[in-house]
Design a protein around this ligand. Structure first.
Ligand code: GLU
Length: 286
């Protein structure tokens, strides 16, 4: 089977060196194995997504010499598939409507989870009419029920090896949201399957999310890709690079006339600007 990887940026901010590293890892793993490298634009975060950033991102990749196969897939064009999967999970009795506000969730949560405080299940078993929730209900996965339905699950990371799936640490995650048509977990799982991704490469900060994706993949009978969670670029203090902390945008370097292909070569050789290095990966893996 041909290896197929992808780079899936969210146009919430400009790409920086950490994104360049992620794109190059995905691209080079595919090319080294005679496979394909696809692009997906994760543009369904209605409050943060900015369409104007997309052509900039494509220009950045081009500038780096990172060429993708086929046409980029836009999540905003796949809403029907997310809704259909949501209906399927509802029909399986695995989703329930939640009317809690963000503040109520924070106030009621007692345990920390990989994505923030774990929802204590306030609306599970409550009679919530989704049509009467102001702004619309959020649909949550009944995690215990879902896990009981599929039984023990494993998944494989090329670097970290075989993992026992532990999605329970997330609690009842939201899969369909008020302000967005699908959560990252649902959309990414469906898209990786729809794009035929056989090797999901992404940063180690998303390692824990894979436990949820593997569960969703099994519930929706989507097949099981292999994973490759790579180390993250970090800066002083061990924080992952972030545009808001001042990591320069690729677009600014591009406009300043810097050589993108030379930058990509430096990244491949793990030569980074002063103050930036590759983290161990372990501390990023909740
Ligand atoms: N859109 C996510 C991000 O920009 C990446 C998601 C993924 O690779 O699964 O961090």
């Amino acid at each position: 089977m041909t290896v197929r990887t992808r780079f899936a940026p969210s146009p919430n901010g400009q790409l920086h060196l950490g994104h360049a590293y992620a794109a190059i890892v995905a691209h080079d793993l595919a090319r080294a194995r005679g496979g394909e490298f696809l692009l997906r634009i994760e543009d369904i975060d209605g409050t943060r997504s900015r369409a104007a950033l997309v052509p900039e991102m494509l220009a950045d990749l081009d500038w780096l010499g990172v060429a993708w196969d086929g046409e980029p897939v836009f999540q905003s064009e796949r809403l029907g598939s997310y809704a259909a999967a949501g209906e399927q999970l509802k029909a399986m009795g695995l989703l329930y409507p939640c009317q809690c506000t963000r503040a109520e969730v924070l106030a009621a949560a007692t345990q920390p989870g990989p994505d923030g405080p774990v929802y204590p299940g306030t609306c599970r078993g409550r009679e919530v009419d989704p049509d009467k929730v102001p702004g619309g209900a959020a649909w949550r996965l009944d995690m215990a029920k879902a896990i009981a339905m599929v039984g023990p699950l494993t998944w494989t990371d090329e670097i970290a090896g075989v993992q026992q799936a532990r999605p329970e640490r997330f609690g009842d995650v939201v899969l369909l949201r008020k302000e967005a048509p699908a959560s990252y977990h649902l959309a990414a799982t469906l898209d990786d399957a729809a794009q035929g991704i056989s090797l999901v490469t992404r940063g180690a900060d998303l390692f824990a999310s894979t436990h949820v994706h593997v569960l969703l993949g099994r519930l929706l009978q989507l097949g099981a890709p292999l994973y490759h969670h790579h180390r993250l670029l970090v800066e002083a203090g061990g924080n992952k690079l972030a545009k808001r902390r001042g990591s320069p945008a690729l677009a600014d370097m591009r406009r300043a006339g810097e050589d993108g292909r030379a930058l990509a070569e430096a990244v491949r050789e793990l030569r980074f600007p002063a103050g930036i290095w590759l983290g161990s990966g372990v501390e990023d893996r909740p």
